[in-house]
Design a protein around this ligand. Structure first.
Ligand code: MGD
Ligand code: MGD
Ligand code: SF4
Ligand code: MO
Length: 687
């Protein structure tokens, strides 16, 4: 078939993989990887140049995204609620009417309660600058984005030690790899990762994966079935052994770090026996791991993602992992943890006529949560709606977020959203969150709009998402209605069209114009080389300018008890993205339900068999699911994939599987406000 191949970036998840969209007669027929974009190729400049001839990769969700674009169940026009919230009665509106209503509501909120009574929630990549600027011009400090339900705890843990929010694991060149609560072969954050791990293994690297579940990544190496929430103990015991045996790498510790003596003292009682008791791993396993890491250092990676940071002790556990990497001497070294150099994407400079925002944010960022990410805290904002403290939020705009299924404790989220005077939601589908709105705005599919992406690679790289087809009839790109709303409200600084705005951003980021970026191969601008050991020239971006060693780890708050004797964990599956992909028929055919995983020994104890229907109960809610008996899970742990249990979104998504967030307490991690998304205890009963 004669297709027109247009370079753009996938947004099936936050990975932003470079793709070429094959378009014919206004239809996205097929997609293939874009080898000019490093995300599907390699982390470092040298490997990117060497490997792009071999092609790039996309994942299954990216391959099947055209099915979501063409889904007849997508929203195509603004909807106004009729009848009670959530009753499912809607009246279609024109965009003119919808924007008039939205403008009237926002003016009303601001006049009656002050602009800070408006909360704005959005995703963390897509057209977020313009949304943040809208909030600044309107006068609310309550701009929040989803980083704080994603990796805010991880960022804070690494940042406190290294000043670097997101060091990147150089897996391909590592000789020993220890992954804690990270499953990059399924929850593929960046499409270069699976290839990098394959390369490391082919070159003889040893892989250890600590996870209560034998994930696909764990099955490629030595699985360490750790007790949930105990990763910090493992990392600290590894530090203890390195110090005890004087096997740590000295250069960074002795010449670039603060807090060494205190940290050393802190480690004294973090013995392998102490960690074995907590983690359920053996002293021998821990000693072996330390010896392997020490022997291969500094060409080693220890990295931790959501399986560690989605706990009440997640920030401190990540901090322990960061300190361990320092002792292994791998910071910004080949085969270690790389300090990424990236382009800095900024919106326009602040507008002189925007108001000075006096009110503090409602979610305690920087105060109650001293190490909060600038994305705020959704969980704390939800608490503020429910409690009216420190002040009462009255309205919310939610763009590209499904708060009902993504936040821990579904009931609480529903109660909070129902309490608002006004809720507007912009989504591709009538999601669970949209279903509770007063006003629903149809969102674009990512084939239908622009965006700029600063890539998570070890060299500056900027890529363009561009419309490969026009928005479906009746849909406005999100940025266009945000600009139109700002103009309607008379807010200064929103005169440019979005293309002009983007042109400004591209020029200020890399010096090219938007047209020049579009014309580049793959619509990408890469600037090598990768530079290592940048700490030789530059201070670490911490307060002291040095590495700051230190940790204050405790076991997680929620331990199983008599009433709720099992841990419940959850994870992402390869075939789906969070709660957004479950109406895609091709992905449902690949993975259509999320059974509860249970170990055969525990099943025998409880008299349960594979395929049984069970009720899972926590202190906060209950769900029903089918059992999947497997020895790929720790015997004291049960687990569910995240993203299922829809009661809205679309006819194919509805009624499949269980929503794990119904079972979670809905707390925030104490230092960062990060949502605690994996720590839970339950009991199960046959029904
Ligand atoms: N297919 C797919 N890919 C994705 C996404 C997606 O939705 N779908 N989302 C993207 C996003 S936004 C992110 S942030 C990344 C996240 O990527 P990951 O962090 O890899 O994602 P998760 O599956 O949430 O968690 C990883 C592992 O932690 C384990 N785990 C749970 N509790 C514990 C524990 O106490 N200790 C340890 N050691 N492990 C534990 C889980 O069993 C799981 O295997 O994935 C990205 N990639
Ligand atoms: N229990 C538990 N909860 C978790 C996690 C977990 O591992 N366990 N993972 C957490 C993590 S890491 C993350 S990042 C968050 C993600 O949480 P969210 O950011 O809320 O992501 P989704 O759940 O996919 O919801 C996105 C919504 O946006 C809509 N949408 C998709 N594309 C577009 C678009 O282009 N335009 C518009 N306007 N709308 C669009 C979708 O239909 C969907 O309703 O979830 C967190 N929640
Ligand atoms: S990982 Fe898959 S879904 Fe996510 S951006 Fe890349 S290709 Fe798209
Ligand atoms: Mo995430």
């Amino acid at each position: 078939m004669d297709l027109n191949w247009i370079p753009t970036c996938c947004n099936g998840c936050g990975g932003q993989t470079g793709i070429l969209a094959g378009v014919k007669d206004g239809e996205v027929v097929k997609i293939k990887p874009n080898p000019e974009n490093p995300i599907g190729v390699a982390l470092t400049w040298e490997e990117f140049l060497e490997q792009k001839e071999r092609g790039a990769r996309v994942c299954l969700k990216g391959v099947h995204a055209p099915r979501q674009w063409s889904d007849p169940e997508r929203l195509t026009r603004p909807l106004l609620r009729k009848g009670p919230r959530g009753s499912g009665q809607w009246q279609p509106l024109s965009w003119e009417e919808a924007l008039e209503l939205l403008a009237e509501k926002l003016v009303g909120l601001s006049r009656q309660y002050g602009p800070e009574s408006l909360l704005w929630f959005c995703e963390d990549h897509s057209f977020i600058h313009i949304q943040e600027e809208f909030c600044r011009a309107y006068g609310t400090p309550n701009f929040l984005n989803h980083t704080n339900i994603c990796d805010a705890g991880r960022r804070a843990g690494f940042s406190r030690v290294l000043g670097i929010e997101r060091p990147l694991a150089h897996l391909s060149r590592a000789r020993v790899i220890l992954l804690l609560g990270w499953n990059p072969l399924e929850a593929v954050k960046w499409m270069y990762l699976p290839r990098a791990l394959e390369q490391a293994l082919a070159a003889g690297a040893r892989l250890y994966v600590a996870d209560p579940v034998r994930s696909k990544t764990a099955s490629q190496g030595t699985w360490l079935p750790i007790r949930p929430g105990m990763d910090g103990a493992l990392a600290l015991a590894l530090c203890h052994i390195l110090v005890r045996d004087e096997k740590y790498q000295r250069q960074l510790v002795e010449h670039y770090a603060e807090g060494w003596e205190e940290f050393r003292a802190y480690l004294l009682d973090k013995t392998p026996a102490w960690a074995a008791e907590l983690t359920g791993l053996s002293v021998e396993q821990i000693e072996e791991l330390a010896a392997e890491l020490a022997a291969a250092a500094p060409q080693v990676v220890v990295d931790a993602w959501c399986g560690v940071s989605h706990y009440s002790n997640g920030m401190e556990a990540t901090r322990a992992v960061a300190c361990l990497n320092v002792l292994l001497g791998n910071i910004d070294r080949p085969g270690g943890l790389i300090w990424p150099e990236r382009f800095k994407l900024t919106g326009r400079p602040p507008h002189p006529d925007w108001p000075l925002i006096q009110s503090p944010a409602v979610d305690g960022r920087g105060e109650v949560y001293p190490f909060a990410h600038k994305s705020g805290s959704y969980v704390a904002a939800r608490e503020a709606i429910l409690s009216g403290q420190p002040y009462q939020p009255r309205g919310a705009v939610v763009v590209f977020q499904n708060l009902l299924l993504s936040l821990p404790n579904v009931e609480k989220t529903a109660a909070a959203l129902k309490k608002l005077d006004f809720l507007a939601v912009c989504d591709v589908y009538l999601s669970e969150t949209a279903a509770l709105a007063d006003l629903v705005l149809p969102g674009t599919h990512f084939y239908e709009r622009y965006d700029l992406t600063v890539n998570w690679t070890a060299f500056p790289s900027l890529s363009l998402r561009q419309p490969v087809v026009p928005p479906r009839e009746g849909i406005w790109p999100e940025y266009d209605w945000i600009l139109a709303l700002a103009r309607r409200l008379g807010l200064p600084g929103f005169e440019l069209s979005y293309e002009e705005y983007l042109d400004w951003q591209v020029r200020n980021t890399c010096g090219l114009s938007l047209a020049e970026l579009k014309a580049r191969p793959g619509a990408v601008y890469n600037q090598g080389p990768t530079r290592y050991e940048k700490w030789r020239q530059h201070p670490f971006p911490t307060r002291s300018g040095r590495i700051e060693l230190g940790c204050d780890w405790q076991p997680p708050l929620k331990q199983p008890n008599e009433g709720f004797p099992l841990h419940l964990v959850n994870w992402k599956v390869y075939q789906h993205t969070h709660s957004r992909s479950q109406n895609n028929p091709a992905l449902l055919a690949a993975y259509g339900n999320n059974p509860l995983w249970l170990h055969p020994l525990t099943a025998a104890e409880l008299g349960l068999a594979d395929g049984d229907r069970v009720r899972v109960e926590s202190e906060y809610g209950q769900v029903e699911c089918d059992l999947f008996i497997t020895d790929g899970i720790h015997p004291r742990v049960v687990g569910l994939a995240h993203g299922f249990g829809h009661w809205e979104l679309g006819s194919r998504a509805r009624g499949r599987g269980a929503a794990v967030n119904r079972l979670l307490a809905g707390e925030a991690e104490a230092a960062t406000g990060q949502a605690v998304l994996k720590e839970s205890r339950v009991r199960i009963k046959k029904i």
